[in-house]
Design a protein around this ligand. Sequence first.
Ligand code: THU
Length: 159
Amino acid sequence: MAFRKLKIASEITEFDSIEELPESIQKMIYLSKEVSQTAYAPYSNFKVGSSVLLENGEIITGSNQENSAYPSGLCAERVALFSANSKYPNVPVKAVVVYGSKGGEKAVDPVAPCGACRQVISEYEDLAGMKIDLYMAGESRVILAKGIESLLPMRFRLL
Ligand code: THU
């Protein structure tokens, strides 16, 4: 046969409550929830907060920032990641937490990062040669992807 179909499998872990996670991650979830309130999201009314844990122990946060010229806005994850890498260049990213909710209501379901944010997370993994733990937090349910590969298989790499 001149072609074959291949399956790409990915693995994620689902937690039934925030309390099952390490205390440091629980804190980052509460921080992300808090910072989601600083979102500038008048167009979507979808408020997202993100916290980035660096290897030096620093935690940098960000919220989504929209603009009337829609594509000029930026997701919370990239606001946090770009801020982290500009303040602490080349310090590896250990974990990223994201929390989002419509109109500031309680988010039952976890929010998964958009494709562009996955690509950015992937490059920070490559830069440090370390996988990033990505926690997608809802009000109770939390999903953990250990490394971006499970959310972005066959990702683009320049190098
Ligand atoms: N958004 C984020 O900030 N992070 C995500 O993971 C998904 C989407 C923002 C972009 C836009 O401001 C709003 O949510 C609605 O798409």
